[in-house]
Ligand binder design. Sequence first.
Ligand code: PRX
Length: 632
Amino acid sequence: MTSYAEFHHRSLHDRDAFWAEQARLVDWHKPFTQVCDHSRPPFARWFVGGTTNLCHNAVDRHVPTRGGQNALIFVSTETDQERVYSFAELHAEVQRMAAILRELGVKKGDRVLVYMPMIPEAAFAMLACVRIGALHSVVFGGFASVSLASRIDDAEPLVVVSADAGSRGGKVVPYKPLLDEAIQLSKHKPKKVLMVDRGLAPFARTAGRDEDFAPLREKHLAAQVPCEWVEATHPSYTLYTSGTTGKPKGVQRDTGGYAVALAASMKHIFLGQPGETYFSTSDIGWVVGHSYIVYGPLIAGMATIMYEGLPIRPDAAIWWSLVEKYKVTSMFSAPTAVRVLKKQDPAALKKHDVSSLRALFLAGEPLDEPTAKWIADALGRPIIDNYWQTETGWPILTICNGVEKLPSKFGSPGKPVYGYDVRLIDENTGQELTGASQKGVVAIEGPLPPGCMQTVWRDDERFVKTYWSSIPGRQIYSTFDWGIRDDDGYLFILGRTDDVINVAGHRLGTREIEESISSHPNVAEVAVVGVADPLKGQVAMAFAVLKDPGQADTPEKALKLEGAIMKVVDEQLGAVARPSRVRFVTVLPKTRSGKLLRRAIQAVCEGRDPGDLTTIEDPGALQQVKDLVGAR
Ligand code: PRX
């Protein structure tokens, strides 16, 4: 067995041979002629000349050998449904969906926006898109009309696939009115809307545009739609994520590199074997859902559980009951979910046999030591932290147990994953920090390994400018996270360097929230910061300057206005983006050149020293924030 250090070294120094070997984990229609084309950095083209198909690798190729085995296990504790699709059944469903999309006019290269709850049809839609070479763009169901409209305008989908409603905690959450409103707001108008009617919420149909899924599925019951063999570099999807500006970025992913990266990660990181069951508790609206609910497990020939519902309903044992029932071998969740469970009855974890689990993988936000210890003790199974981003599509830092069982360290996701040339860089000088315990920006030397973003959708310039030009004097990929390294080469993540916040594992841009709050007629100016929270990791906190302060001059009036502003955010962006508080101030802390001092506001909210304030325009502004949070 090779040591992990050798494995990682080889992935960087014998890069092409390393990845050519990993590429054998997937099927190719036409073999590639070049492993990596890095002739136009920072762009990297993987497996050039090869043709393949993501849906073929996730579904079709398993049908002859394991057609009768479980592929997709849908469990909804919201609607009390449980449906299991074998690989053969999934194959049939995906072809039906593909035939419908074709009938609606979708061709290779077209975009299909998926705005759906966690139901099987969402996975069928994703797989059907890549089957015919169309790009899916999944928008998280928790986002509301304005968020959705901006994504519609950027992706310009020919078709939107949606559903009448989702459900959360037993409460029906209608989707269609939000979608209709988003299409009203957007400049681009999708030609067709394909509606899955779950019978949860009646909805209006726009004649000529809206089509019902059920009758079309009946019509195409026997559909046979072959996979379209696409270039390895053909984009498979775009997925929007927040950054420093208010405008979300469309992360564009390829086909061949993504298939190889996921297949390799299932083997080396997630320890999955064909015929076993994988359970990721994420949502298809996020990158974890793309990589480790839909594509990764299926590419590996595993069954994947798609779960609609809360972790604590009907009780806190629900997830573990599924682990027992389906003999889940790898499970993937987020620290916030574990913290939620921790507040429940500890006996819930003892009710079920979870011995099938090889490990519980946690990602998306920092894993604090008490949470890690609690779940490790309660579960009695290994807990593996992993750090990555929407942009990379698969882990950057973790422990690759499939290669070598290295020890974990509390508070650290682990070491750089094979393929990633991770560096710590001084943000001001661009110098590399090689010593232990030096804080720097976590950066990755190009080329990014297979599976990572190709570019920003339709905006190469933004890709180069945002990710590869933020560190002076170097063309190196910035993760926009702070990190330090210890003597053993383990990295620790210390939070974002930009205006992105992480609320319950959901990545949100403070600028987007600020833009939404500013649209309230009484708001002159606003600052939103992320503040540490024991349950959610961070929460958004807003400080607003009013045009008419008289509307908040009593506690009652202030509370009413605060509620009205929160409602604006709920309606425009969705409840996920709602700040935990909106407080009113007469002036915001800014530098003399007018730059908002977000980090100082954040520090004060967290009871920390705000640091160097020599450039502040009006020290009284920060005092106002201090007084407000002190009175919390
Ligand atoms: O700040 C880091 C944090 O989440 C960001 C990426 O979020 P997203 O694009 O939604 O992708 C999540 C994929 C799992 C990162 O820039 N983050 C993610 N994982 C960890 C983390 N912070 C600390 N520890 C982690 N394991």
